[in-house]
Design a protein around this ligand. Sequence first.
Ligand SMILES: [Zn+2]
Length: 126
Amino acid sequence: MAYLNERVSYLKGMTDGLNMDNTTPESKLIKAMLDVMQEMADEIEVMTGAFDDIAEDLADLMDYCYNEDFEYDDCIEVECDSCGETVEITDEMIDENGKVSCPNCGKPINIENLCDFDYDDYDDEE
Ligand SMILES: [Zn+2]
């Protein structure tokens, strides 16, 4: 997006070449418009940078959630839908169908939505 700034600078250069003396209403208007355009270009550059950062974080997050190589940590704590008990799930407890039975009540536990990891533990690689 740096090109927006370059184009505004180019336009400013053009007005300098016109030797506008800043006394006519038109030259005042043009200079004021260019100042606004400069501010917009700066603003857009900042927002684009922020957007890129967010897109990068989102990509990391998607990797984390959907990566097939992703393995659950040694254990995760899940609240059983059936008995309400908070139980620890380990890799070994997940069967070939990706299902887990509650160690407390034996009912199946839905582990499909176990993507809600703690954001505070999410390391920002910067
Ligand atoms: Zn249970």
